[in-house]
Design a protein around this ligand. Sequence first.
Ligand code: AMP
Ligand code: FE
Ligand code: FE
Ligand code: ZN
Length: 286
Amino acid sequence: MVIDLHTHSSVSDGTDTPTQLITTAAAAGLSTVALTDHDTTAGWAEAAAALPAGLSLIRGAELSCTSPNGRGGTATVHLLAYLFDPTAPAIVAEQSRLRAERRARLHKMARRMAADGYPVDADELMAGLPEDSPAGRPHLAMALVKAGVVQTVDEAFAVFLNSNGRFHVSRRDTPVHTAIEMIADAGGVTVLAHAFAHHRGPTVTADVIKELAAAGLTGLEVDHPDHDEATRAELAELAGDLRLVRTGSSDYHGTNKTIRIGQESTSPEALAELVSRTSGVPVLHG
Ligand code: AMP
Ligand code: FE
Ligand code: FE
Ligand code: ZN
């Protein structure tokens, strides 16, 4: 049984359509896969329709949040939200606000690069993205690869798109406490994604995770490609101390990253614990 609880389709910043993602998951021998596109549930129906016998689908999303960082400042954190009612008005409103903000922000980043002479057509980039989609830096990164400015998406992030770069534009993400509450109210559970992925930018302290656990966070993503062995050990201990459910997931993005689906996984016991605390929408079995 291979359970992978964190994947992205082309509905956000992955490269597989939801149907292709389900096919990839089945071909890789997964027993359960969660679809967790950034700030949208728009891929749920297509993924559900593509589900083959033997594969279960956890419908989820990865919420872009802002949190106190425990050092007097703030940090971006990602919350994996599972099995919540996607029609809950608070969720619909906040996610739609955030998607609009994502598009405005990406457009601005692309315009900044174009103004500096890089071969980026900001309007064309935006026109190529579906209306109401959660546009993200990987879309600009792919355009830079296509234009021959960089060889890979990783290189685009390293050279141009990271949060310290001069083209970067920040975003008003959802306050993390609001997100935890909104998902809980809609019958879902939340898991803090790649909490100590230091290379992505500033992270939160263990004290912040303790606060989030008190505020209703259910789990902690321990096994993630961006966590080294020492980091995993540290997070596993924290999960044990705080009674948070320990998960592991690939954060698969198709060919935007070099990670395989199912490369990291979650135990059946941890999955059962998460599911037992939900009442929004059910797990779907193919
Ligand atoms: P955004 O949603 O615009 O804030 O962009 C963040 C997304 O970019 C994350 O969801 C990651 O999937 C992706 N990402 C972040 N760092 C990298 C990187 N170094 N290489 C490829 N993708 C990245
Ligand atoms: Fe992503
Ligand atoms: Fe993430
Ligand atoms: Zn992710």
